[in-house]
Design a protein around this ligand. Structure first.
Ligand SMILES: [Cu+2]
Length: 276
């Protein structure tokens, strides 16, 4: 490689990375982030999108350049040069993807761990009727992560909710107030621990604004923990093809400040008020 083309390649590579990083920083494809999980997830999304943008632009650019530069010119006859093997090039194009994939793998694992994904599902027995807000139960996805923010001193107990999925609806049961609702109500800033089970086939509980998705399986309860951060109404979508009306299997999660949530809770609660 001549000195000039080395410089040109370096400059183009730096420009490519800069453009990729810029795209990754400025892309805005995700809905608003309404749980403590969301910023962690979005960080990974940004990194993956940056890598994807660099690869896409780099490869497409090289292909287009090669089409123009090395294409058959008018009047050219015969075959091109027979080139066989280039060890340093082969090492280079094996090493780069290997490093990228290893990095993505380790980083994804780290994000999954930070979101609490590596915690064991622990208590999955059926003793949930004995539950009260002091019981520490239902570990699992989303639980341990608490971002380095404000109320570290005041950790609220998680609200237990039992989720039942069936063709084609979700039902939410609050053991503490014996409330059954077709809509999920949760307060901002307080952890929620959901124990989910299906009555028939496999469904999946998905709230894009929370960046959380978890299968709901018949006969095998799954746990999903999260802490909502932004008030609003967000869609709950069944994300597992579960039958002819799968597309209509939707509900709503209503995130409210704790005052409004308590109002809703007390209004619907059948048992004496345990929420004070
Ligand atoms: Cu479903």
């Amino acid at each position: 490689m001549s000195k000039n083309s080395t410089i040109l390649t370096t400059v183009l590579t730096i420009a490519l990375i800069a453009i990729g990083v810029w795209i990754g920083e400025n892309i805005n494809l995700l809905p608003i982030d309404a749980s403590t999980n969301a910023p962690v997830y979005d960080e990974l999304f940004k990194v993956l999108f940056t890598i994807g943008a660099i690869l896409f632009l780099g490869i497409t650019g090289l292909v287009l350049y090669s089409l123009i530069k090395f294409g058959r010119k008018p009047g050219q006859k015969g075959d091109g040069l027979a080139i066989e093997g280039n060890l340093s090039l082969e090492i280079f194009w094996t090493a780069i993807p290997a490093i990228v994939i290893l990095f993505v793998g380790i980083y994804s694992y780290d994000i999954y761990d930070r979101m609490g994904g590596m915690q064991s599902l622990g208590a999955s027995g059926h003793e949930h009727h004995a539950m009260n807000s002091n019981n520490k139960v239902w570990g699992g996805i989303g639980s341990s992560y608490s971002p380095g923010q404000t109320n570290k001193n005041e950790v609220l107990p998680p609200i237990p909710i039992e989720v039942t999925a069936m063709q084609f609806a979700f039902l939410f049961h609050y053991p503490e107030g014996d409330i059954i609702s077709g809509e999920l109500h949760v307060p901002t800033g307080q952890p929620v621990t959901m124990r989910m089970e299906s009555k028939d086939v496999i469904h999946a509980f998905w709230v894009p604004e929370f960046r959380l998705k978890q299968d709901v399986i018949p006969g095998q309860p799954t746990i999903l923990n999260f802490t909502p951060t932004k008030a609003g109404r967000y869609p709950i979508i069944c994300a597992e093809l579960c039958g002819p009306y799968h597309g209509g299997m939707r509900s709503t999660v209503v995130v409210e400040d704790s005052e409004k949530f308590n109002e809703w809770f007390n209004k619907n609660s059948k048992s004496p008020n345990l929420n004070t």
